[in-house]
Design a protein around this ligand. Structure first.
Ligand code: AMP
Length: 266
C-alpha cells in the first residue's frame, strides 16, 4: 500500500512550469475539490524544450507564483533545481508509437520524451492519486495517459477545461511575450476554431473545414499557421467522419510567439 493511502489522505497533483495564470489556478481549484492534499510543482523542464531561446526567455516570476498558490489554498509547492531532477545526461525514453510524432511532435521533435521524463519523475516523487492536466495541451494529455496505461502507474489523470481571456484567447504563460498587435492577431486561432465548430455542426466535410481554417489563419497578418487538423480524439490520427471523438487542434506562430489551442468537436 502506498504511504498516502495508508495515511487515508488522497493527493491531488498539478504539474506546471510556473508563470501561473487563471488556467493553472482552475486546475488547482479542481484538485482542491477532489483531493485532500494539493501539491503543485513549478519546474521549467529543460528536456522538453526544443528551442534553447524559448527555454532561456521562459518567464519565471516565482514570488508572484508563491502568492497565487497561497491564495489558491495549495498545500505543498515542489520547486526543485534542475540538478535535483536530472542526474546527468539522460537518454531513456518510452516508446508510445506514432502519438509522439504527430502534430506538436512534428514541430517539436523530442518534446514529449522530455515531458514523459519529467512527469514520470514527478509522479515517482509526489506519488499522487490524482493528477490534473489542462485540455489546452490536448496531445500532452493523450501522451501522459498512454504512459500511465503502458507503465500501470497508480494515478488517475483528470483533464480540465481550457481557461480563456474574455475575448477567447486561451490563457498561456507565453502570452506575456505577445506585443499589442500580436495579441490582436492571435485571436484568429480562436476564430478559426469557432468557425470549425460551426461548420462541423453544419455537416461541412472535414477536409474543407481544415482548409478554410488554415486559410483564415494564413490571411491574418503576422501569423503563420503550423497546423490546423481535425484529429481522432484518442489516437490523434486524422479524423474520419465516423471517429467517435474529434478534436480540432491548431498551432501558429504569432509574431515571435508560438501558440496552440484546440476545441473538442464531439
Ligand atoms: P504549463 O505551465 O504551461 O506547463 O501548464 C501546466 C498545466 O496547466 C498543463 O496541464 C496545462 O495544460 C495547463 N494549462 C495551461 N494553460 C491552460 C489554460 N488556459 N486553461 C487550463 N489549463 C491550462
Amino acid at each position: 500500500m502506498q504511504q498516502q493511502q495508508a495515511a487515508g489522505k488522497s493527493i491531488g497533483f498539478v504539474p506546471t512550469m510556473g508563470a501561473l495564470h487563471q488556467g493553472h489556478l482552475s486546475l488547482l481549484a479542481q484538485a482542491r475539490q477532489q483531493a485532500d492534499v494539493v501539491v503543485c510543482s513549478i519546474f521549467v523542464n529543460p528536456t522538453q524544450f526544443t528551442d534553447p531561446a524559448d527555454l532561456e526567455k521562459y518567464p519565471r516570476p516565482i514570488e508572484a507564483d508563491i502568492q497565487k498558490l497561497e491564495q489558491a489554498g495549495c498545500d505543498v509547492l515542489f520547486n526543485p533545481p534542475v540538478t535535483e531532477m536530472y542526474a546527468g545526461n539522460e537518454n531513456w525514453h518510452l516508446d508510445i508509437g506514432r502519438l509522439e510524432h504527430l502534430l506538436e511532435g512534428k514541430f517539436r521533435p523530442g518534446h514529449y520524451q522530455g515531458v514523459m521524463q519529467v512527469v514520470y519523475k514527478l509522479f515517482s516523487i509526489i506519488k499522487p492519486n490524482l493528477a490534473f492536466f489542462g485540455q489546452k495541451d490536448y496531445q500532452q494529455v493523450m501522451v501522459i495517459s498512454r504512459m500511465i496505461s503502458l507503465l500501470n502507474l497508480p494515478v488517475k489523470l483528470v483533464m480540465c477545461n481550457i481557461e480563456r481571456d474574455p475575448d477567447g484567447l486561451a490563457m498561456s504563460s507565453r502570452n506575456v511575450h505577445l506585443t499589442t498587435s500580436d495579441r490582436r492577431h492571435a485571436l484568429i486561432l480562436w476564430k478559426a476554431l469557432q468557425q470549425a465548430k460551426a461548420q462541423f455542426e453544419n455537416g461541412t466535410p472535414l477536409t474543407e473545414i481544415e482548409q478554410q481554417a488554415a486559410a483564415l489563419i494564413n490571411n491574418e497578418p503576422g501569423t503563420h499557421p503550423e497546423y490546423f487538423e481535425l484529429a481522432d480524439g484518442e489516437t490523434l490520427q486524422p479524423a474520419k467522419p465516423h471517429s467517435e471523438s474529434i478534436v480540432a487542434l491548431v498551432a501558429a506562430k504569432v509574431g515571435k510567439t508560438r501558440l496552440i489551442d484546440n476545441v473538442i468537436l464531439r
